[in-house]
Write a protein that binds this ligand. Structure first.
Ligand code: PLP
Length: 407
Protein backbone atom coordinates (compact mmCIF):
# COMPACT_ATOMS: atom_id res chain seq x y z
CA UNK A 1 0.00 0.00 0.00
CA UNK A 2 1.36 3.36 -0.99
CA UNK A 3 1.00 5.80 1.89
CA UNK A 4 1.30 9.56 1.82
CA UNK A 5 3.53 12.00 3.66
CA UNK A 6 0.93 12.83 6.30
CA UNK A 7 2.65 16.08 7.19
CA UNK A 8 1.05 17.47 4.02
CA UNK A 9 -2.32 17.06 5.72
CA UNK A 10 -1.32 19.64 8.32
CA UNK A 11 -0.89 22.34 5.66
CA UNK A 12 -3.44 25.10 5.66
CA UNK A 13 -4.85 25.74 2.21
CA UNK A 14 -3.67 29.19 1.19
CA UNK A 15 -6.79 31.00 0.14
CA UNK A 16 -5.13 34.41 0.11
CA UNK A 17 -4.67 35.05 -3.61
CA UNK A 18 -7.65 32.92 -4.70
CA UNK A 19 -9.85 34.79 -2.22
CA UNK A 20 -8.59 38.09 -3.58
CA UNK A 21 -9.27 36.96 -7.16
CA UNK A 22 -12.76 35.75 -6.22
CA UNK A 23 -13.69 39.05 -4.57
CA UNK A 24 -12.28 41.08 -7.47
CA UNK A 25 -14.19 38.98 -10.04
CA UNK A 26 -17.44 39.39 -8.10
CA UNK A 27 -16.86 43.15 -7.84
CA UNK A 28 -16.13 43.46 -11.56
CA UNK A 29 -19.29 41.52 -12.39
CA UNK A 30 -21.32 43.86 -10.24
CA UNK A 31 -19.58 47.04 -11.46
CA UNK A 32 -18.20 46.28 -14.94
CA UNK A 33 -17.44 49.93 -15.71
CA UNK A 34 -14.97 50.35 -12.82
CA UNK A 35 -11.35 50.15 -13.95
CA UNK A 36 -9.80 48.09 -11.13
CA UNK A 37 -6.17 48.92 -10.23
CA UNK A 38 -4.16 46.04 -8.76
CA UNK A 39 -1.62 47.00 -6.12
CA UNK A 40 -1.77 43.64 -4.42
CA UNK A 41 0.65 41.57 -6.41
CA UNK A 42 4.33 40.99 -5.75
CA UNK A 43 5.16 40.59 -9.43
CA UNK A 44 7.08 43.09 -11.54
CA UNK A 45 5.29 44.85 -14.39
CA UNK A 46 8.08 46.32 -16.55
CA UNK A 47 9.59 44.46 -19.49
CA UNK A 48 13.19 43.23 -19.49
CA UNK A 49 15.80 45.94 -20.08
CA UNK A 50 17.28 46.23 -23.61
CA UNK A 51 20.76 45.10 -22.48
CA UNK A 52 19.25 41.91 -21.06
CA UNK A 53 17.10 41.21 -24.12
CA UNK A 54 20.09 41.65 -26.45
CA UNK A 55 22.24 39.18 -24.46
CA UNK A 56 19.32 36.74 -24.16
CA UNK A 57 18.70 36.81 -27.95
CA UNK A 58 22.39 36.41 -28.79
CA UNK A 59 22.60 33.33 -26.55
CA UNK A 60 19.51 31.80 -28.16
CA UNK A 61 21.17 32.25 -31.58
CA UNK A 62 24.30 30.51 -30.22
CA UNK A 63 22.12 27.58 -29.18
CA UNK A 64 20.93 27.25 -32.80
CA UNK A 65 24.41 26.55 -34.20
CA UNK A 66 26.26 23.26 -33.77
CA UNK A 67 29.53 25.12 -33.22
CA UNK A 68 28.24 27.22 -30.33
CA UNK A 69 25.49 24.98 -28.99
CA UNK A 70 25.64 24.11 -25.25
CA UNK A 71 24.02 21.06 -23.70
CA UNK A 72 24.08 20.31 -19.98
CA UNK A 73 26.00 23.02 -18.18
CA UNK A 74 27.59 23.00 -14.73
CA UNK A 75 24.85 22.40 -12.11
CA UNK A 76 26.17 25.28 -9.99
CA UNK A 77 26.08 27.74 -12.88
CA UNK A 78 28.48 28.91 -15.60
CA UNK A 79 31.69 30.55 -14.34
CA UNK A 80 30.95 33.72 -16.35
CA UNK A 81 27.82 34.37 -14.26
CA UNK A 82 29.23 33.27 -10.92
CA UNK A 83 32.29 35.48 -11.44
CA UNK A 84 30.11 38.48 -12.31
CA UNK A 85 27.98 37.87 -9.20
CA UNK A 86 30.97 37.57 -6.86
CA UNK A 87 32.64 40.71 -8.21
CA UNK A 88 29.59 42.96 -8.44
CA UNK A 89 27.31 41.86 -5.62
CA UNK A 90 29.92 41.07 -2.96
CA UNK A 91 33.53 42.11 -3.60
CA UNK A 92 32.42 45.63 -4.53
CA UNK A 93 30.90 45.94 -1.02
CA UNK A 94 33.82 44.39 0.81
CA UNK A 95 32.02 41.09 1.39
CA UNK A 96 34.16 38.00 0.99
CA UNK A 97 32.36 35.46 -1.21
CA UNK A 98 34.16 32.91 -3.40
CA UNK A 99 32.97 32.09 -6.91
CA UNK A 100 32.60 28.44 -5.85
CA UNK A 101 30.38 29.47 -2.94
CA UNK A 102 27.68 30.68 -5.36
CA UNK A 103 25.01 28.24 -6.56
CA UNK A 104 22.95 29.53 -9.51
CA UNK A 105 19.36 28.30 -9.56
CA UNK A 106 15.96 28.90 -11.10
CA UNK A 107 14.52 30.80 -8.15
CA UNK A 108 14.82 31.89 -4.55
CA UNK A 109 11.45 30.26 -3.91
CA UNK A 110 12.91 26.83 -4.75
CA UNK A 111 16.13 27.50 -2.84
CA UNK A 112 14.49 28.84 0.33
CA UNK A 113 12.07 25.92 0.13
CA UNK A 114 14.65 23.22 -0.57
CA UNK A 115 17.45 24.24 1.78
CA UNK A 116 15.73 22.82 4.86
CA UNK A 117 16.14 19.25 3.62
CA UNK A 118 19.87 19.18 4.43
CA UNK A 119 19.10 19.79 8.13
CA UNK A 120 17.78 17.28 10.63
CA UNK A 121 14.05 16.74 11.06
CA UNK A 122 14.19 17.79 14.70
CA UNK A 123 15.83 21.18 14.03
CA UNK A 124 13.91 23.90 15.83
CA UNK A 125 12.90 26.59 13.38
CA UNK A 126 12.30 30.29 13.98
CA UNK A 127 10.15 32.18 11.51
CA UNK A 128 8.99 35.78 11.51
CA UNK A 129 5.31 36.66 11.73
CA UNK A 130 4.19 38.03 9.25
CA UNK A 131 6.18 35.90 6.80
CA UNK A 132 6.70 34.91 3.16
CA UNK A 133 4.80 31.58 3.47
CA UNK A 134 7.34 29.34 1.68
CA UNK A 135 9.66 29.11 4.71
CA UNK A 136 6.89 27.85 6.94
CA UNK A 137 5.06 25.49 4.56
CA UNK A 138 8.22 23.69 3.44
CA UNK A 139 9.04 22.93 7.08
CA UNK A 140 5.49 21.69 7.66
CA UNK A 141 5.89 19.35 4.68
CA UNK A 142 9.16 18.07 6.14
CA UNK A 143 7.49 17.28 9.47
CA UNK A 144 9.34 19.88 11.51
CA UNK A 145 6.12 21.25 13.02
CA UNK A 146 3.13 20.00 14.96
CA UNK A 147 -0.49 20.65 14.08
CA UNK A 148 -2.03 24.01 13.21
CA UNK A 149 -3.73 25.22 16.37
CA UNK A 150 -5.30 28.64 16.86
CA UNK A 151 -3.65 30.17 13.82
CA UNK A 152 -0.15 28.79 14.39
CA UNK A 153 1.84 25.58 13.93
CA UNK A 154 2.95 23.94 17.13
CA UNK A 155 6.67 23.55 17.62
CA UNK A 156 7.57 26.64 15.55
CA UNK A 157 9.13 29.65 17.24
CA UNK A 158 7.35 32.68 15.81
CA UNK A 159 9.36 35.90 15.79
CA UNK A 160 6.79 38.66 15.98
CA UNK A 161 7.40 41.70 13.79
CA UNK A 162 5.23 44.46 15.13
CA UNK A 163 4.94 48.21 15.28
CA UNK A 164 6.48 48.06 18.79
CA UNK A 165 9.73 46.49 17.59
CA UNK A 166 9.87 48.45 14.33
CA UNK A 167 9.05 45.25 12.40
CA UNK A 168 12.48 43.80 13.26
CA UNK A 169 11.90 40.87 15.64
CA UNK A 170 13.71 40.43 18.95
CA UNK A 171 16.06 37.49 19.47
CA UNK A 172 14.20 34.35 20.56
CA UNK A 173 14.07 33.61 24.29
CA UNK A 174 14.29 29.87 23.69
CA UNK A 175 17.05 28.10 21.78
CA UNK A 176 16.47 27.73 18.04
CA UNK A 177 18.54 26.05 15.32
CA UNK A 178 17.38 27.43 11.97
CA UNK A 179 16.40 31.09 11.65
CA UNK A 180 14.67 32.59 8.60
CA UNK A 181 15.24 36.32 8.12
CA UNK A 182 14.19 38.41 5.12
CA UNK A 183 15.32 42.04 4.65
CA UNK A 184 14.10 44.20 2.97
CA UNK A 185 11.07 42.31 4.16
CA UNK A 186 8.14 40.84 2.31
CA UNK A 187 5.42 41.72 3.31
CA UNK A 188 6.31 44.60 5.66
CA UNK A 189 8.94 46.40 3.56
CA UNK A 190 10.96 46.90 6.76
CA UNK A 191 14.75 46.92 6.75
CA UNK A 192 17.38 45.84 9.27
CA UNK A 193 20.44 47.85 10.34
CA UNK A 194 23.94 46.39 10.46
CA UNK A 195 23.92 46.58 14.27
CA UNK A 196 20.58 44.73 14.50
CA UNK A 197 21.67 42.05 12.02
CA UNK A 198 24.94 41.64 13.93
CA UNK A 199 22.96 40.63 17.04
CA UNK A 200 21.47 37.75 15.00
CA UNK A 201 24.89 36.70 13.70
CA UNK A 202 26.24 36.77 17.27
CA UNK A 203 23.21 34.78 18.52
CA UNK A 204 23.78 32.15 15.82
CA UNK A 205 27.47 31.87 16.69
CA UNK A 206 26.77 31.52 20.41
CA UNK A 207 24.01 28.94 19.89
CA UNK A 208 25.45 26.97 16.95
CA UNK A 209 22.40 28.04 14.95
CA UNK A 210 22.18 28.92 11.26
CA UNK A 211 20.60 31.98 9.63
CA UNK A 212 18.85 31.70 6.28
CA UNK A 213 18.99 35.28 4.99
CA UNK A 214 16.61 36.07 2.12
CA UNK A 215 17.84 39.18 0.32
CA UNK A 216 15.52 38.92 -2.69
CA UNK A 217 14.74 42.66 -2.42
CA UNK A 218 18.27 44.01 -1.79
CA UNK A 219 18.19 46.01 -5.07
CA UNK A 220 15.63 48.33 -3.46
CA UNK A 221 18.02 49.41 -0.70
CA UNK A 222 19.07 53.00 -1.30
CA UNK A 223 20.24 53.87 2.23
CA UNK A 224 23.99 53.13 2.05
CA UNK A 225 24.19 52.39 5.78
CA UNK A 226 21.92 49.32 5.45
CA UNK A 227 23.46 45.89 4.74
CA UNK A 228 22.74 44.44 1.30
CA UNK A 229 24.35 41.17 2.25
CA UNK A 230 24.67 39.42 5.59
CA UNK A 231 28.26 38.68 4.58
CA UNK A 232 29.11 42.35 5.08
CA UNK A 233 29.03 41.49 8.80
CA UNK A 234 31.94 39.90 10.70
CA UNK A 235 31.37 36.28 11.67
CA UNK A 236 28.47 35.73 9.26
CA UNK A 237 30.36 33.32 6.99
CA UNK A 238 30.28 30.64 9.70
CA UNK A 239 26.57 30.89 10.44
CA UNK A 240 24.65 32.18 7.40
CA UNK A 241 23.37 31.28 3.97
CA UNK A 242 22.10 34.04 1.67
CA UNK A 243 19.45 33.88 -1.05
CA UNK A 244 19.34 36.34 -3.92
CA UNK A 245 17.17 36.55 -7.01
CA UNK A 246 17.10 38.37 -10.35
CA UNK A 247 13.29 38.32 -10.15
CA UNK A 248 12.79 41.68 -8.51
CA UNK A 249 16.21 43.24 -9.22
CA UNK A 250 15.99 42.76 -13.01
CA UNK A 251 12.43 41.67 -13.81
CA UNK A 252 13.22 37.93 -14.07
CA UNK A 253 10.01 36.64 -12.43
CA UNK A 254 9.06 34.95 -15.71
CA UNK A 255 12.62 34.25 -16.91
CA UNK A 256 13.75 32.49 -13.67
CA UNK A 257 17.24 32.96 -12.31
CA UNK A 258 18.50 33.30 -8.75
CA UNK A 259 21.42 32.19 -6.62
CA UNK A 260 22.32 31.01 -3.14
CA UNK A 261 25.58 31.72 -1.33
CA UNK A 262 26.88 29.04 1.03
CA UNK A 263 30.29 29.96 2.47
CA UNK A 264 32.83 27.18 2.96
CA UNK A 265 33.10 28.01 6.69
CA UNK A 266 29.37 27.51 7.21
CA UNK A 267 28.97 24.71 9.75
CA UNK A 268 26.27 22.34 11.00
CA UNK A 269 26.62 19.38 13.35
CA UNK A 270 25.70 15.70 13.50
CA UNK A 271 23.94 14.18 16.53
CA UNK A 272 27.33 13.46 18.10
CA UNK A 273 28.30 17.14 17.81
CA UNK A 274 30.85 16.69 15.01
CA UNK A 275 31.17 19.59 12.59
CA UNK A 276 30.08 19.27 8.94
CA UNK A 277 30.39 21.58 5.96
CA UNK A 278 27.01 22.94 4.92
CA UNK A 279 28.59 23.91 1.58
CA UNK A 280 29.45 20.25 0.89
CA UNK A 281 25.92 19.13 1.74
CA UNK A 282 24.24 21.76 -0.43
CA UNK A 283 26.71 21.05 -3.26
CA UNK A 284 25.72 17.37 -3.11
CA UNK A 285 22.02 18.16 -3.00
CA UNK A 286 22.19 20.70 -5.83
CA UNK A 287 24.26 18.42 -8.09
CA UNK A 288 21.97 15.46 -7.47
CA UNK A 289 18.59 17.14 -7.85
CA UNK A 290 19.20 20.13 -10.14
CA UNK A 291 20.53 20.27 -13.68
CA UNK A 292 21.39 23.92 -14.04
CA UNK A 293 19.73 27.06 -15.36
CA UNK A 294 19.52 27.34 -19.15
CA UNK A 295 22.47 28.95 -20.94
CA UNK A 296 20.49 31.86 -22.50
CA UNK A 297 19.00 32.72 -19.09
CA UNK A 298 22.45 32.80 -17.51
CA UNK A 299 23.75 35.04 -20.31
CA UNK A 300 20.71 37.30 -19.73
CA UNK A 301 21.53 37.42 -16.01
CA UNK A 302 25.20 38.17 -16.77
CA UNK A 303 24.03 41.22 -18.79
CA UNK A 304 22.54 42.68 -15.59
CA UNK A 305 26.15 43.41 -14.56
CA UNK A 306 27.19 45.17 -17.80
CA UNK A 307 27.42 48.97 -17.67
CA UNK A 308 24.14 49.32 -19.63
CA UNK A 309 22.48 46.53 -17.64
CA UNK A 310 23.36 48.22 -14.36
CA UNK A 311 22.02 51.62 -15.36
CA UNK A 312 18.89 50.21 -17.03
CA UNK A 313 17.92 47.94 -14.13
CA UNK A 314 18.64 50.75 -11.66
CA UNK A 315 16.27 53.01 -13.60
CA UNK A 316 13.54 50.37 -13.32
CA UNK A 317 13.99 50.00 -9.57
CA UNK A 318 14.08 53.81 -9.22
CA UNK A 319 10.75 53.93 -10.99
CA UNK A 320 9.17 51.36 -8.62
CA UNK A 321 10.66 53.27 -5.68
CA UNK A 322 9.09 56.49 -6.99
CA UNK A 323 5.74 54.66 -6.95
CA UNK A 324 6.40 53.58 -3.36
CA UNK A 325 7.21 57.17 -2.42
CA UNK A 326 3.95 58.37 -3.92
CA UNK A 327 2.06 55.75 -1.91
CA UNK A 328 3.86 56.89 1.28
CA UNK A 329 3.17 60.59 0.59
CA UNK A 330 -0.52 59.82 0.07
CA UNK A 331 -0.69 57.84 3.31
CA UNK A 332 1.02 60.71 5.17
CA UNK A 333 -1.63 63.08 3.85
CA UNK A 334 -4.40 60.68 4.84
CA UNK A 335 -2.94 60.17 8.32
CA UNK A 336 -2.28 56.42 8.05
CA UNK A 337 0.66 54.79 9.85
CA UNK A 338 2.82 52.51 7.76
CA UNK A 339 6.28 51.04 7.37
CA UNK A 340 8.32 50.16 4.29
CA UNK A 341 8.22 51.91 0.94
CA UNK A 342 11.59 53.64 1.46
CA UNK A 343 14.06 50.86 0.69
CA UNK A 344 11.50 48.29 -0.42
CA UNK A 345 8.70 47.90 -2.97
CA UNK A 346 6.10 47.14 -0.29
CA UNK A 347 4.22 49.45 2.04
CA UNK A 348 2.69 47.85 5.15
CA UNK A 349 -0.25 49.87 6.39
CA UNK A 350 -2.13 49.87 9.68
CA UNK A 351 -5.68 49.44 8.48
CA UNK A 352 -7.32 50.46 11.77
CA UNK A 353 -9.77 47.61 11.11
CA UNK A 354 -9.83 43.93 10.06
CA UNK A 355 -7.54 43.28 7.04
CA UNK A 356 -10.30 41.86 4.85
CA UNK A 357 -12.74 44.59 5.86
CA UNK A 358 -10.20 47.17 4.67
CA UNK A 359 -9.62 45.16 1.48
CA UNK A 360 -13.36 45.22 0.70
CA UNK A 361 -13.63 48.91 1.52
CA UNK A 362 -10.72 49.81 -0.75
CA UNK A 363 -12.10 47.70 -3.58
CA UNK A 364 -15.65 48.99 -3.29
CA UNK A 365 -14.88 52.66 -2.67
CA UNK A 366 -11.76 53.12 -4.79
CA UNK A 367 -11.57 50.13 -7.14
CA UNK A 368 -8.06 49.42 -5.77
CA UNK A 369 -6.82 45.94 -4.86
CA UNK A 370 -4.46 45.47 -1.90
CA UNK A 371 -3.24 42.34 -0.07
CA UNK A 372 -4.79 41.70 3.37
CA UNK A 373 -2.01 41.32 5.93
CA UNK A 374 -3.80 38.48 7.72
CA UNK A 375 -2.73 36.23 4.82
CA UNK A 376 0.90 36.48 5.99
CA UNK A 377 0.39 35.41 9.61
CA UNK A 378 -1.33 36.26 12.86
CA UNK A 379 0.61 39.52 13.30
CA UNK A 380 -0.59 40.65 9.86
CA UNK A 381 -4.18 40.97 11.09
CA UNK A 382 -5.23 44.62 10.98
CA UNK A 383 -2.69 45.44 8.25
CA UNK A 384 -2.71 45.56 4.46
CA UNK A 385 0.17 45.49 1.97
CA UNK A 386 0.36 47.80 -1.03
CA UNK A 387 2.86 46.99 -3.75
CA UNK A 388 4.75 49.50 -5.90
CA UNK A 389 4.90 47.08 -8.82
CA UNK A 390 2.82 48.92 -11.38
CA UNK A 391 3.18 51.82 -13.83
CA UNK A 392 3.55 55.31 -12.40
CA UNK A 393 0.26 56.41 -14.03
CA UNK A 394 -1.69 53.54 -12.48
CA UNK A 395 -0.23 54.17 -9.02
CA UNK A 396 -0.96 57.90 -9.35
CA UNK A 397 -4.55 57.13 -10.36
CA UNK A 398 -4.90 54.69 -7.44
CA UNK A 399 -3.58 57.27 -4.97
CA UNK A 400 -5.95 59.94 -6.32
CA UNK A 401 -8.82 57.52 -5.70
CA UNK A 402 -7.54 56.71 -2.19
CA UNK A 403 -7.46 60.41 -1.33
CA UNK A 404 -11.03 60.78 -2.51
CA UNK A 405 -12.43 57.76 -0.73
CA UNK A 406 -10.41 57.66 2.52
CA UNK A 407 -10.11 61.34 3.45
N1 PLP B 1 11.78 35.48 -1.38
C1 PLP B 1 10.87 36.42 -1.13
C2 PLP B 1 10.88 37.11 0.17
C3 PLP B 1 9.88 36.74 -2.08
O1 PLP B 1 8.97 37.67 -1.81
C4 PLP B 1 9.87 36.04 -3.31
C5 PLP B 1 8.85 36.31 -4.33
O2 PLP B 1 7.94 37.07 -4.22
C6 PLP B 1 10.83 35.08 -3.51
C7 PLP B 1 11.78 34.80 -2.54
C8 PLP B 1 10.82 34.25 -4.77
O3 PLP B 1 11.78 34.65 -5.67
P1 PLP B 1 11.98 33.87 -7.03
O4 PLP B 1 11.14 34.55 -8.06
O5 PLP B 1 13.45 34.00 -7.29
O6 PLP B 1 11.58 32.45 -6.85
Amino acid sequence: MITINEHYLKLQASYLFSDIARRVTAFQKEKPTVDVIKLGIGDVTMGLCPAIVTAFQAAVVEMGNDATFRGYGPEQGYPFLREAIAANDFHSRGAEVGVDEIFVSDGAKCDTGNIQEIFSGDSRIAITDPVYPVYLDTNVMAGRTGDFVDGRYQGVVYLESTRENGYVPALPREKVDLIYLCFPNNPTGSTISKAELQTWVDYARENRALILFDAAYEAFLRDPSLPKSIFELPGAREVAIEFRSFSKSAGFTGVRCAYTVVPKECTAYDQAGNRHSVHALWHRRHSTKFNGVSYPVQRAAEAVYSAEGKSQTKAQIDSYLANAELICTTLDQLGYSYTGGKNAPYVWIEAKMDSWQFFDMLLNQAGVVCTPGAGFGKCGQGYIRLSAFNSHDRVAEAMARLKKSLS
